[in-house]
Design a protein around this ligand. Structure first.
Ligand code: IPM
Ligand code: MG
Length: 361
């Protein structure tokens, strides 16, 4: 199969981790007789430097024309003082909205080899951690009106949190369908004791439940959910939640599995063209030192093969290679055990080891 992949290296550690993922994809293409063509796209701080815009229309167009998009990370202290509407992160939000990818899927699964890296007690980890956060990605407070104005001699800021029934319904369906393919348990997370948008969220989820009688729907307030994720994560199968709650809970969920550096994500909308990115940021403090963990990006590439290109075998091949390298005791700094009982490797070496372990099943 021939596929055109738009590649956004971005800022900070973005270029180094994406380069490793592309080397992995090249090897998979060789093994399985595919052809992956890459189109470079500038987004984030590097696009601000080059074009004065974190995502110019011509770069967004390249993404929409591709079969899918692979992204590293954007942002960094260099662009902290640019106006909000021009920040690197704004490029990412415009990309998500421009591609229409409303459904962000963030798995929180513990790799048995990394159980020691979890900050949770062994007794909790041993009950199992394997759930998915389905995060609404192009609505809510991220996309409402943002304004700062003067009132009574001081500055006041307002961020609008808005959801329509249809926006909730379409992400709700993804939540139910994801649960149908897994443990058939869906937990809808909101703040309906305070927010109108959450009360609407809850109402729509319960309406949808009638269409999915095989899925057990439960409701949880977001503050309680934050607590339950550390108290007993084994209770969760699929969580469906709005944009900002999903952003926050997915960082928490990644940490209990050991490291945010390990977690991939997929974002999909009405078409097969998806956006695939690790959930971590650009980590400018360690950029260019060849110490970043490329696994989150490599696993994002695997998700792209599975969900956008229907290449399940090829995706398994990458995931098995990652597993084999972890089993052999290789670790980047972020997942190094406290007792040091592992072989510490850098970003490039981790990529090379994964490629060496890619075998056609
Ligand atoms: C994420 C990130 C982004 C978000 C930022 C960089 C805008 O934190 O993908 O989780 O909040 O969505
Ligand atoms: Mg985040």
């Amino acid at each position: 199969m021939r596929k055109n992949i738009a590649v956004i290296r971005g800022d900070g550690i973005g270029p180094e981790i994406v380069d490793q993922a592309l080397l992995v994809l090249n090897r998979v293409a060789e093994l399985y007789g595919h052809e992956f063509a890459y189109t470079d796209v500038d987004m984030g701080g590097c696009a601000i430097d080059k074009y004065g815009d974190p995502l110019p229309q011509h770069e967004l167009d390249k993404c929409c024309a591709a079969d899918s998009v692979l992204l590293g990370a954007v942002g960094g202290p260099k662009w902290n003082d640019v106006p909000g509407s021009m920040r690197p992160e704004k490029g990412l939000l415009r990309l998500r909205a421009g591609m229409g990818v409303y459904s962000n899927n963030r798995p929180a699964k513990i790799w048995p080899q990394l159980a020691d890296a979890s900050p949770l007690k062994k007794s909790i980890v041993d009950k199992g951690i394997d759930f998915i956060i389905v995060r609404e990605l192009i609505g809510g407070i991220y996309f409402g009106k943002h304004e700062t104005f003067e009132e009574n001699g001081e500055k006041v800021s307002v961020d609008e949190l808005r959801y329509s029934e249809e926006e909730i319904r379409r992400i709700g369906r993804i939540g139910f369908e994801t649960a149908q393919k897994r443990g058939k348990k869906l937990c809808s997370v909101e703040k309906s004791n305070v927010l109108d948008s959450s009360r609407l969220w809850k109402k729509v989820m319960h309406e949808l439940a009638a269409e999915y009688p095989d899925v057990e729907l439960s409701d949880m307030l977001v503050d309680n959910c934050a607590m339950q994720i550390v108290k007993d994560p084994s209770q969760f199968d699929v969580i469906v939640t709005e944009n900002m709650f999903g952003d926050i809970l997915s960082d928490e969920a990644s940490m209990i599995t050991g490291s945010i550096g390990m977690i991939p994500s997929s974002s999909l909308g009405a078409t097969g063209c998806g956006l695939y990115e690790p959930i971590h940021g650009s980590a400018p403090d360690i950029a260019g030192q060849d110490i970043a963990n490329p696994i989150g990006t490599i696993l994002s590439a695997a998700m792209m093969l599975r969900f956008s290109f229907s290449m399940a075998e090829e995706a398994d091949c990458i995931e098995n290679a990652v597993s084999a390298v972890l089993t052999a005791g290789y670790r980047t700094g972020d997942i190094l055990p406290a007792d040091g009982n592992a072989t510490k490797v850098g970003c490039r070496e981790m990529g090379r080891l994964i490629i060496e372990n890619l075998t056609k099943g």
